[in-house]
Write a protein that binds this ligand. Structure first.
Ligand code: ARG
Length: 627
């Protein structure tokens, strides 16, 4: 274990280590898998169970009870649990473990430090988080919600586990290539015809112009080919050709605009820059509404790799990794288990999405001394529908030796957001939905939810509007983060803003309750600021149950770092809110039977507030202390 390994606070993990040691002592020389330690389903089975006697018995060819007895005799848990006896073994060989109150209290005291049991890992690699990834001239649509919220959350978690200096957010903006050139060309035309004032350009204008430009360039190639293939006759062919002439002219112009853009033509660049600035201003404003820390400094668009592409492709061609296949340049990947080759240059000489991603990998993983970001881990928060793309790009990068073998490339893929009809979320007109509009809708729903509460009378309208923003943010982010990343989910506004069930507003409300108890205590002079005002103690089963959830916090945060799965943290915080509610129900705090009990319970409240605030903060959900 490296010297920097943090102290274990999660009793489940401590027990796993102790039982692993016991298995080694009891059955020396036998290679047994890690022990299985689970939380007990009912207090009559203690707090935790070791369920390994059964699987071990098969490997050892011994009766499971006998294995359980040997484990019980060998295990050393006297410092954290009540002594194990033959009566601790239930059924075929489940070992029931009851943690001692003093051990739980002492673990809690260790959790109650400024870093909440999460010291920064000094050996962790510099990590790039590829997030957001909007495209120029297009409104941020619902699909970018996930790349933004999941990406921002993973970055926040990593900033916590490995330190902010080692986390590099990268917004791989789609700001280059033919579609952007189409829009640029169209804008130049509109400007020349004095039909648009670029100084007043908005993203809505751009969105519309993008659609027009695309349509202008859309030739009915397929129709023409079908007509030819079926020999429909020269008349139809001529008609279709004539109809195609205009789009083809537009396309040719878009291509020449792209060349001008690439060669740095100042006028084309000026218009492109306008598109870029207009898009990014709107995008970053939407990110801010989602409380995602994404700024200009994180923007590394496809354009930033523009002049790296030709040398990269030349290198790949020279080394023989890339080869020509019907005019295009490809990297074959079947030897890496991927039948589809990675296309890096089209037959017309144009580069592709994958080419830019290869250049980006090199930039991200090359050393800081050579101008790179020096990352050894790159995490891509991108839609699961791009899985093949990333498998190809990662495999191509490895095959070409662009990255060292120790560098980890991970696609944190996510599923699709669905509408209430279970189909991909679309507007009534069938267009993709503007993210800003969706946020507005959630805020409105949160506001009407707040108005319906009995407490509504105590609040002013501006107060309520302010809280509604926070509730909406919690609703959106928690919903997006709480389902397993890879799964699709239904975007149900009514459900996400509800104060009941596994929702962001429920957690905010739970936190506000803890805060209100602590405020009352403060008001009564019962709370000193010193966190060591009274000893931490655990006596009542509901106190212990709360403590056992709190103690899992640091490990769950580290698990999110490892698995890139924020839903684990979401689930823990939900459990925490539930455990707190049961504690508060069963254990009076301000009216506790004696001062010692009250102080100990106040410490539990304080610790719950800290963990909830911290955990919500990692999810990008700011606490609302009063609501
Ligand atoms: N702009 C892309 C899209 O909208 C997402 C970019 C993801 N990141 C990357 N390195 N490819 O699909």
């Amino acid at each position: 274990m490296p010297a920097s390994a943090p102290t274990l606070l999660d009793p489940g993990l401590i027990l796993r280590q102790r039982f692993a040691a016991a298995a080694l002592r009891a059955f020396p020389g036998v290679d047994l898998p890690d022990p299985i330690i689970t939380l007990s389903q009912s207090p009559k089975f203690g707090d935790y169970q070791c369920n390994s006697a059964m699987p071990y018995s098969k490997l050892l060819s011994k009766p499971p009870r006998q294995v359980a007895e040997a484990l019980v005799a060998a295990v050393d848990i006297a410092d954290i649990a009540e002594p194990l006896t033959p009566a601790s073994i239930a059924g075929p060989g489940f070992i029931n473990i009851t943690l001692s109150h003093t051990a739980v209290a002492s673990l809690l005291a260790q959790l109650d430090t400024p870093d909440l049991g999460l010291p920064i890992d000094p050996d962790a690699p510099v990590t790039v988080v590829d997030l957001c990834g909007v495209n120029l001239a297009k409104q941020m649509h619902i699909g970018h919600l996930r790349s933004t919220v999941i990406g921002d959350t993973l970055a926040r978690v990593l900033e916590r586990t490995i330190g902010p200096a080692k986390v590099k957010r990268q917004n791989h903006v789609g700001d280059w290539g033919l579609p952007i050139a189409m829009v640029t060309a169209r804008l130049i035309d509109l400007e020349n015809a004095q039909q648009i004032d670029l100084a007043k350009l908005t993203l809505d204008d751009l969105d519309a112009i993008y659609k027009q430009a695309k349509q202008q360039c859309q030739a009915d190639e397929e129709g023409l080919q079908t007509a030819r293939a079926w020999g429909m006759g020269p008349k139809i062919e001529a008609e279709l050709e004539a109809a195609n002439a205009e789009p083809l002219a537009h396309l040719a112009r878009a291509k020449s605009t792209l060349v001008a853009l690439q060669s740095g033509d100042p006028d084309v660049r000026r218009v492109w820059k306008r598109i870029f600035d207009t898009t990014m201003a709107a995008c970053l404003a939407t990110c801010a509404r989602l409380n995602a820390s994404i700024s200009q400094a994180h923007t590394a668009g496809e354009s930033s790799y523009e002049n790296k592409l030709a040398p990269l492709v030349a290198r790949l061609e020279q080394s023989g990794v890339a080869e020509l296949g019907s005019g295009a340049l490809i990297i074959k990947l079947d030897d890496m288990g991927i039948p589809e080759p990675c296309l890096i240059r089209k037959s017309d000489g144009g580069y592709l999405y994958a080419t830019t991603d290869l250049a980006a990998i090199m930039h991200r993983t090359s050393s800081v001394a050579t101008g790179g970001l020096g990352a050894s881990r790159v995490v891509y928060c991108v839609d699961a529908r791009q899985s093949l793309h990333f498998r190809q790009v990662f495999a191509a990068a490895r095959k070409a030796g662009l990255v060292a073998p120790n560098i980890s490339l991970e696609h944190a893929a996510f599923g699709t957001i669905l509408g209430e009809d279970n189909k991909p979320f679309k507007s009534r007109s069938g267009d993709s939905v503007k993210l800003g509009d969706v946020i507005d809708e959630v805020v409105a729903a949160a506001l009407s939810q707040l108005r319906a509460r009995p407490r509504a009378q105590e609040m002013t309208e501006p107060e309520m509007a302010h809280i509604a923003q926070g509730v909406a943010l919690a609703a959106i982010r928690y919903t997006d983060l709480s389902t397993e990343r890879i799964k699709d989910y239904v975007f149900s506004i009514a459900r996400m803003v509800s104060f009941e069930g596994q929702t962001g507003p429920y957690l905010l409300y739970a936190l506000a309750r803890v805060c209100s108890i602590l405020r009352n205590a403060q008001g009564q002079g019962l709370l000193t600021d010193s966190p060591t005002a009274g000893p931490i103690a655990v006596a009542h089963p509901a106190e212990k149950a709360l403590a056992l959830v709190l103690l899992r916090y640091p490990q769950v945060v580290r698990d999110v770092d490892r698995t890139l799965e924020p839903s684990r943290l979401c689930a823990l915080l939900y459990e925490l809110a539930g455990a707190f509610a049961r504690f508060f129900e069963a254990c009076p705090v301000l009216k506790a039977e004696d001062d010692g009990t009250r102080n100990a319970r106040l410490r539990l409240c304080q610790l719950t507030r800290r963990v909830l605030t911290d955990g919500l903060g990692l999810l990008g959900i700011p606490a609302i202390e009063r609501m």
